[in-house]
Write a protein that binds this ligand. Structure first.
Ligand code: DNO
Ligand code: MN
Length: 364
Protein backbone atom coordinates (compact mmCIF):
# COMPACT_ATOMS: atom_id res chain seq x y z
CA UNK A 1 0.00 0.00 0.00
CA UNK A 2 1.38 3.41 -0.96
CA UNK A 3 0.07 6.33 1.08
CA UNK A 4 -0.81 9.59 -0.70
CA UNK A 5 -2.43 12.94 0.09
CA UNK A 6 -4.64 15.02 -2.20
CA UNK A 7 -3.21 18.48 -2.87
CA UNK A 8 -4.59 21.36 -4.94
CA UNK A 9 -1.38 23.01 -6.19
CA UNK A 10 0.89 25.76 -4.98
CA UNK A 11 -0.81 29.11 -4.23
CA UNK A 12 -4.23 27.44 -4.49
CA UNK A 13 -4.19 24.92 -1.67
CA UNK A 14 -3.75 26.60 1.72
CA UNK A 15 -1.72 23.54 2.79
CA UNK A 16 1.95 23.81 1.83
CA UNK A 17 3.85 20.73 0.69
CA UNK A 18 6.33 21.23 3.53
CA UNK A 19 3.50 20.47 5.97
CA UNK A 20 2.39 17.40 4.06
CA UNK A 21 6.03 16.24 4.20
CA UNK A 22 5.68 16.07 8.00
CA UNK A 23 2.84 13.55 7.93
CA UNK A 24 4.45 10.15 8.50
CA UNK A 25 4.30 7.66 5.66
CA UNK A 26 3.14 9.87 2.77
CA UNK A 27 4.92 8.95 -0.45
CA UNK A 28 3.04 10.93 -3.06
CA UNK A 29 0.65 13.76 -3.71
CA UNK A 30 -2.55 13.24 -5.62
CA UNK A 31 -2.93 16.17 -7.97
CA UNK A 32 -4.76 17.68 -10.92
CA UNK A 33 -4.65 20.76 -13.14
CA UNK A 34 -7.89 22.03 -11.68
CA UNK A 35 -8.00 25.21 -13.75
CA UNK A 36 -8.09 23.37 -17.09
CA UNK A 37 -11.76 22.91 -18.02
CA UNK A 38 -13.07 19.39 -18.64
CA UNK A 39 -12.55 18.47 -22.28
CA UNK A 40 -9.30 20.39 -22.82
CA UNK A 41 -5.87 18.82 -23.16
CA UNK A 42 -3.39 19.03 -20.25
CA UNK A 43 -0.12 20.47 -21.53
CA UNK A 44 3.31 18.98 -20.90
CA UNK A 45 4.59 22.28 -19.44
CA UNK A 46 1.91 22.46 -16.78
CA UNK A 47 2.31 18.78 -15.91
CA UNK A 48 6.07 19.25 -15.50
CA UNK A 49 5.46 22.28 -13.28
CA UNK A 50 3.52 20.25 -10.71
CA UNK A 51 6.01 17.41 -10.93
CA UNK A 52 8.84 19.81 -10.13
CA UNK A 53 6.96 21.29 -7.17
CA UNK A 54 6.37 17.82 -5.74
CA UNK A 55 9.91 16.63 -6.44
CA UNK A 56 11.31 19.40 -4.22
CA UNK A 57 9.72 17.58 -1.30
CA UNK A 58 10.47 14.14 -2.60
CA UNK A 59 6.86 13.26 -3.38
CA UNK A 60 5.84 11.11 -6.31
CA UNK A 61 3.10 12.36 -8.66
CA UNK A 62 1.95 8.89 -9.73
CA UNK A 63 -1.76 9.52 -9.13
CA UNK A 64 -3.96 12.13 -10.80
CA UNK A 65 -7.42 12.94 -9.42
CA UNK A 66 -9.24 13.75 -11.59
CA UNK A 67 -9.13 14.13 -15.34
CA UNK A 68 -12.76 15.17 -15.60
CA UNK A 69 -14.93 13.86 -18.40
CA UNK A 70 -16.75 16.44 -20.55
CA UNK A 71 -20.55 16.32 -20.24
CA UNK A 72 -20.89 15.80 -24.02
CA UNK A 73 -19.13 12.44 -23.58
CA UNK A 74 -21.57 11.41 -20.84
CA UNK A 75 -24.44 12.63 -22.99
CA UNK A 76 -23.11 10.78 -26.06
CA UNK A 77 -23.25 13.87 -28.31
CA UNK A 78 -21.39 13.92 -31.64
CA UNK A 79 -19.03 16.54 -30.20
CA UNK A 80 -17.70 13.83 -27.86
CA UNK A 81 -15.20 12.83 -30.58
CA UNK A 82 -13.08 15.93 -30.11
CA UNK A 83 -13.26 15.74 -26.31
CA UNK A 84 -12.22 12.08 -26.37
CA UNK A 85 -9.25 12.98 -28.62
CA UNK A 86 -8.22 15.60 -26.07
CA UNK A 87 -8.65 13.06 -23.27
CA UNK A 88 -6.36 10.62 -25.08
CA UNK A 89 -3.74 13.32 -25.60
CA UNK A 90 -3.91 14.19 -21.92
CA UNK A 91 -3.32 10.52 -21.09
CA UNK A 92 -0.34 10.41 -23.45
CA UNK A 93 1.18 13.48 -21.80
CA UNK A 94 0.55 12.07 -18.33
CA UNK A 95 2.00 8.70 -19.28
CA UNK A 96 5.15 10.37 -20.57
CA UNK A 97 5.45 12.17 -17.25
CA UNK A 98 5.35 8.83 -15.43
CA UNK A 99 1.79 9.00 -14.10
CA UNK A 100 0.52 5.53 -13.18
CA UNK A 101 -3.12 5.99 -12.13
CA UNK A 102 -5.81 8.38 -13.37
CA UNK A 103 -8.96 8.76 -11.28
CA UNK A 104 -12.13 10.09 -12.94
CA UNK A 105 -15.86 9.77 -12.51
CA UNK A 106 -18.89 9.41 -14.75
CA UNK A 107 -21.52 11.25 -12.71
CA UNK A 108 -23.80 13.53 -14.74
CA UNK A 109 -23.62 17.24 -13.85
CA UNK A 110 -22.58 16.95 -10.19
CA UNK A 111 -19.60 15.38 -8.48
CA UNK A 112 -20.03 14.55 -4.78
CA UNK A 113 -23.11 16.15 -3.31
CA UNK A 114 -23.74 17.29 0.26
CA UNK A 115 -26.35 19.65 1.70
CA UNK A 116 -24.12 21.14 4.39
CA UNK A 117 -20.37 21.54 4.22
CA UNK A 118 -19.91 22.65 7.82
CA UNK A 119 -22.39 20.67 9.89
CA UNK A 120 -21.57 21.04 13.60
CA UNK A 121 -20.65 17.75 15.25
CA UNK A 122 -21.11 16.85 18.94
CA UNK A 123 -17.36 17.26 19.60
CA UNK A 124 -17.32 20.85 18.28
CA UNK A 125 -15.82 20.03 14.87
CA UNK A 126 -17.73 20.39 11.61
CA UNK A 127 -18.11 17.91 8.77
CA UNK A 128 -19.77 17.34 5.41
CA UNK A 129 -23.39 16.29 5.78
CA UNK A 130 -26.13 14.92 3.52
CA UNK A 131 -29.78 15.56 4.31
CA UNK A 132 -31.81 13.19 2.21
CA UNK A 133 -35.13 15.07 2.34
CA UNK A 134 -33.44 18.28 1.22
CA UNK A 135 -31.95 16.71 -1.89
CA UNK A 136 -35.15 14.79 -2.60
CA UNK A 137 -37.31 17.92 -2.45
CA UNK A 138 -35.14 20.71 -3.70
CA UNK A 139 -34.87 22.45 -7.04
CA UNK A 140 -31.29 21.73 -8.11
CA UNK A 141 -30.62 25.17 -9.57
CA UNK A 142 -31.69 26.88 -6.33
CA UNK A 143 -29.77 24.28 -4.37
CA UNK A 144 -26.56 25.08 -6.19
CA UNK A 145 -27.08 28.81 -5.68
CA UNK A 146 -27.47 28.19 -1.95
CA UNK A 147 -24.40 25.98 -1.77
CA UNK A 148 -22.22 28.49 -3.58
CA UNK A 149 -23.05 31.03 -0.84
CA UNK A 150 -21.75 28.81 1.97
CA UNK A 151 -18.80 30.39 3.68
CA UNK A 152 -15.38 29.18 2.62
CA UNK A 153 -16.58 27.30 -0.42
CA UNK A 154 -13.67 27.23 -2.82
CA UNK A 155 -13.89 25.80 -6.28
CA UNK A 156 -14.57 22.10 -6.34
CA UNK A 157 -14.89 20.00 -9.46
CA UNK A 158 -18.41 20.41 -10.68
CA UNK A 159 -19.25 23.34 -8.42
CA UNK A 160 -17.67 26.22 -10.32
CA UNK A 161 -19.89 29.35 -10.17
CA UNK A 162 -19.77 29.76 -13.94
CA UNK A 163 -21.49 26.41 -14.26
CA UNK A 164 -24.65 27.67 -12.57
CA UNK A 165 -25.88 29.22 -15.81
CA UNK A 166 -25.30 25.98 -17.71
CA UNK A 167 -27.07 23.76 -15.21
CA UNK A 168 -30.52 24.40 -16.63
CA UNK A 169 -29.39 23.46 -20.15
CA UNK A 170 -27.72 20.33 -18.82
CA UNK A 171 -30.87 19.20 -17.06
CA UNK A 172 -32.75 19.60 -20.35
CA UNK A 173 -30.11 17.52 -22.18
CA UNK A 174 -30.14 14.74 -19.59
CA UNK A 175 -33.92 14.25 -19.91
CA UNK A 176 -33.22 11.72 -22.66
CA UNK A 177 -30.48 9.90 -20.77
CA UNK A 178 -31.55 7.03 -18.54
CA UNK A 179 -29.27 4.40 -16.97
CA UNK A 180 -29.06 2.34 -20.19
CA UNK A 181 -27.96 5.29 -22.28
CA UNK A 182 -25.39 6.31 -19.67
CA UNK A 183 -23.96 2.75 -19.68
CA UNK A 184 -23.73 2.90 -23.50
CA UNK A 185 -21.93 6.24 -23.39
CA UNK A 186 -19.55 4.95 -20.73
CA UNK A 187 -18.80 1.86 -22.82
CA UNK A 188 -18.08 3.98 -25.89
CA UNK A 189 -15.73 6.20 -23.85
CA UNK A 190 -13.89 3.21 -22.33
CA UNK A 191 -13.43 1.44 -25.66
CA UNK A 192 -11.82 4.60 -26.99
CA UNK A 193 -9.54 5.50 -24.11
CA UNK A 194 -8.51 2.24 -22.42
CA UNK A 195 -6.13 1.15 -25.22
CA UNK A 196 -4.45 4.57 -25.07
CA UNK A 197 -4.18 4.31 -21.27
CA UNK A 198 -2.66 0.84 -21.57
CA UNK A 199 -0.13 1.88 -24.22
CA UNK A 200 0.97 4.70 -21.96
CA UNK A 201 1.32 2.66 -18.78
CA UNK A 202 -1.74 4.14 -17.10
CA UNK A 203 -4.43 2.41 -15.04
CA UNK A 204 -7.76 4.20 -15.26
CA UNK A 205 -9.61 4.17 -11.93
CA UNK A 206 -13.26 5.20 -11.97
CA UNK A 207 -14.56 6.81 -8.78
CA UNK A 208 -17.98 5.56 -7.64
CA UNK A 209 -20.96 7.87 -7.52
CA UNK A 210 -21.37 9.88 -4.36
CA UNK A 211 -23.94 9.33 -3.03
CA UNK A 212 -24.47 6.08 -4.95
CA UNK A 213 -28.06 6.71 -6.03
CA UNK A 214 -29.85 8.94 -8.49
CA UNK A 215 -30.17 12.57 -7.37
CA UNK A 216 -32.35 15.27 -8.96
CA UNK A 217 -33.60 12.65 -11.43
CA UNK A 218 -30.14 12.27 -13.00
CA UNK A 219 -28.88 8.74 -13.72
CA UNK A 220 -26.06 7.28 -11.60
CA UNK A 221 -24.57 3.88 -12.35
CA UNK A 222 -21.35 3.21 -10.41
CA UNK A 223 -23.27 2.49 -7.25
CA UNK A 224 -23.05 -1.12 -6.04
CA UNK A 225 -21.34 -4.49 -6.36
CA UNK A 226 -23.36 -5.72 -9.35
CA UNK A 227 -22.81 -2.53 -11.32
CA UNK A 228 -19.09 -2.50 -10.55
CA UNK A 229 -18.90 -6.05 -11.84
CA UNK A 230 -20.74 -4.99 -14.99
CA UNK A 231 -18.42 -1.99 -15.35
CA UNK A 232 -15.26 -4.13 -15.20
CA UNK A 233 -16.66 -6.40 -17.89
CA UNK A 234 -17.51 -3.55 -20.27
CA UNK A 235 -13.86 -3.51 -21.19
CA UNK A 236 -12.14 -6.42 -19.56
CA UNK A 237 -8.65 -5.00 -19.53
CA UNK A 238 -6.31 -4.46 -16.56
CA UNK A 239 -6.13 -0.75 -17.44
CA UNK A 240 -9.86 -0.47 -16.78
CA UNK A 241 -10.02 -0.33 -13.01
CA UNK A 242 -11.44 1.23 -9.89
CA UNK A 243 -11.01 3.87 -7.27
CA UNK A 244 -12.77 2.15 -4.39
CA UNK A 245 -14.15 4.96 -2.24
CA UNK A 246 -15.38 3.55 1.08
CA UNK A 247 -17.34 6.67 2.03
CA UNK A 248 -19.10 7.08 -1.31
CA UNK A 249 -20.19 3.46 -1.68
CA UNK A 250 -20.67 3.11 2.06
CA UNK A 251 -23.36 5.78 2.23
CA UNK A 252 -25.65 3.08 0.83
CA UNK A 253 -26.19 0.59 3.68
CA UNK A 254 -26.39 -2.39 1.32
CA UNK A 255 -22.81 -1.98 0.12
CA UNK A 256 -20.25 -4.17 1.90
CA UNK A 257 -16.97 -2.41 1.21
CA UNK A 258 -14.61 -5.05 2.66
CA UNK A 259 -16.33 -7.70 0.52
CA UNK A 260 -15.80 -5.51 -2.55
CA UNK A 261 -12.10 -5.15 -1.71
CA UNK A 262 -11.81 -8.94 -1.59
CA UNK A 263 -13.80 -9.45 -4.79
CA UNK A 264 -12.39 -6.67 -6.99
CA UNK A 265 -8.96 -6.25 -5.34
CA UNK A 266 -6.92 -6.98 -8.44
CA UNK A 267 -8.62 -4.12 -10.31
CA UNK A 268 -8.46 -1.55 -7.49
CA UNK A 269 -5.67 0.92 -8.18
CA UNK A 270 -6.68 3.66 -5.80
CA UNK A 271 -8.30 3.29 -2.39
CA UNK A 272 -10.17 6.20 -0.81
CA UNK A 273 -10.70 5.50 2.85
CA UNK A 274 -13.07 7.43 5.11
CA UNK A 275 -15.91 6.75 7.52
CA UNK A 276 -19.49 8.04 7.59
CA UNK A 277 -22.40 7.64 10.02
CA UNK A 278 -25.86 6.68 8.77
CA UNK A 279 -29.03 8.05 10.32
CA UNK A 280 -32.38 6.25 10.25
CA UNK A 281 -34.00 8.83 7.96
CA UNK A 282 -31.41 8.32 5.20
CA UNK A 283 -29.19 11.27 6.17
CA UNK A 284 -25.50 10.69 6.69
CA UNK A 285 -22.57 12.63 8.09
CA UNK A 286 -18.86 12.24 7.56
CA UNK A 287 -16.91 11.34 10.70
CA UNK A 288 -13.35 10.69 11.78
CA UNK A 289 -11.77 7.56 10.32
CA UNK A 290 -12.06 5.63 13.59
CA UNK A 291 -14.29 2.57 13.22
CA UNK A 292 -16.29 3.29 16.37
CA UNK A 293 -17.06 6.87 15.26
CA UNK A 294 -19.02 5.85 12.17
CA UNK A 295 -21.10 3.12 10.56
CA UNK A 296 -18.32 1.63 8.43
CA UNK A 297 -15.90 -0.94 9.77
CA UNK A 298 -12.68 0.78 8.70
CA UNK A 299 -10.66 -1.84 10.59
CA UNK A 300 -12.19 -4.61 8.49
CA UNK A 301 -11.74 -2.61 5.27
CA UNK A 302 -8.04 -2.04 5.94
CA UNK A 303 -7.74 -5.71 6.92
CA UNK A 304 -9.27 -6.71 3.59
CA UNK A 305 -6.67 -4.61 1.73
CA UNK A 306 -3.95 -6.18 3.84
CA UNK A 307 -5.27 -9.70 3.27
CA UNK A 308 -5.23 -9.31 -0.51
CA UNK A 309 -1.69 -7.90 -0.42
CA UNK A 310 -2.80 -4.55 -1.85
CA UNK A 311 0.17 -2.82 -3.51
CA UNK A 312 -1.41 0.26 -5.05
CA UNK A 313 -2.26 3.76 -3.85
CA UNK A 314 -4.41 4.84 -0.95
CA UNK A 315 -5.45 8.16 0.51
CA UNK A 316 -7.55 9.33 3.40
CA UNK A 317 -10.58 10.80 1.67
CA UNK A 318 -12.39 13.73 3.25
CA UNK A 319 -11.75 14.78 6.81
CA UNK A 320 -13.69 16.84 9.35
CA UNK A 321 -12.70 20.44 10.10
CA UNK A 322 -11.01 20.36 13.50
CA UNK A 323 -8.88 22.63 15.70
CA UNK A 324 -10.44 25.70 14.02
CA UNK A 325 -8.71 24.95 10.75
CA UNK A 326 -9.79 27.15 7.84
CA UNK A 327 -9.65 24.89 4.85
CA UNK A 328 -11.26 23.64 1.70
CA UNK A 329 -14.36 21.66 2.78
CA UNK A 330 -13.31 18.12 3.55
CA UNK A 331 -9.69 18.74 2.58
CA UNK A 332 -7.99 20.11 5.69
CA UNK A 333 -4.59 19.06 6.93
CA UNK A 334 -5.40 17.96 10.47
CA UNK A 335 -8.17 15.39 10.26
CA UNK A 336 -6.82 13.83 7.10
CA UNK A 337 -3.47 13.43 8.88
CA UNK A 338 -5.21 11.71 11.77
CA UNK A 339 -6.88 9.47 9.20
CA UNK A 340 -3.52 8.55 7.73
CA UNK A 341 -2.16 7.62 11.12
CA UNK A 342 -5.20 5.45 11.82
CA UNK A 343 -4.90 3.63 8.49
CA UNK A 344 -1.14 3.17 8.84
CA UNK A 345 -1.53 2.06 12.46
CA UNK A 346 -3.99 -0.62 11.45
CA UNK A 347 -1.77 -1.65 8.54
CA UNK A 348 1.34 -1.96 10.73
CA UNK A 349 -0.60 -4.04 13.23
CA UNK A 350 -1.81 -6.42 10.50
CA UNK A 351 1.73 -6.66 9.15
CA UNK A 352 3.02 -7.64 12.55
CA UNK A 353 0.28 -10.16 13.22
CA UNK A 354 0.65 -11.86 9.86
CA UNK A 355 4.47 -11.80 9.64
CA UNK A 356 6.14 -15.15 10.21
CA UNK A 357 7.87 -15.17 13.58
CA UNK A 358 11.66 -15.24 13.72
CA UNK A 359 12.91 -18.78 13.74
CA UNK A 360 9.76 -20.04 12.01
CA UNK A 361 9.61 -20.94 8.32
CA UNK A 362 13.35 -20.30 7.99
CA UNK A 363 13.05 -16.58 8.91
CA UNK A 364 16.31 -15.36 10.45
C1 DNO B 1 -15.24 12.11 -3.02
C2 DNO B 1 -14.08 12.58 -3.78
C3 DNO B 1 -14.53 12.93 -5.20
C4 DNO B 1 -13.59 12.49 -6.28
C5 DNO B 1 -14.12 12.55 -7.67
C6 DNO B 1 -13.26 11.74 -8.60
O1 DNO B 1 -15.34 11.07 -2.44
O2 DNO B 1 -13.13 11.60 -3.71
O3 DNO B 1 -14.70 14.31 -5.29
O4 DNO B 1 -12.47 13.30 -6.26
O5 DNO B 1 -15.42 12.10 -7.75
O6 DNO B 1 -13.49 12.04 -9.91
MN1 MN C 1 -13.64 9.42 -2.75
Amino acid sequence: MKMTFRWYEENVDPIPLRHIRQIPGVEGIVWALNDIPAGECWTVDRIEEVKAQAAKYNFNTDVVESVNVHEDIKLGLPSRKKYIENYKNTLKNLGRAGVKVVCYNFMPVFDWTRTDLYKPQPDGSTALFYEKAKVDNINPVKFLEQMSKQEGLLTMPGWEPERLSKIKELFEAYKEIKDDELWENLKYFLREIIPTAQENGIKMAIHPDDPPWSIFGLPRIITCRDNIKKFLRLVDNPSNGLTLCSGSLGSCRKNDIAAMVREFGDRIYFAHIRNIRHFKNGDFTETSHKTSDGSLDITEIVKAYHDIGYKYYVRPDHGRHIWDEKCRPGYGLYDRSLGIMYILGLWDAFEKISAPKRGQYGVE
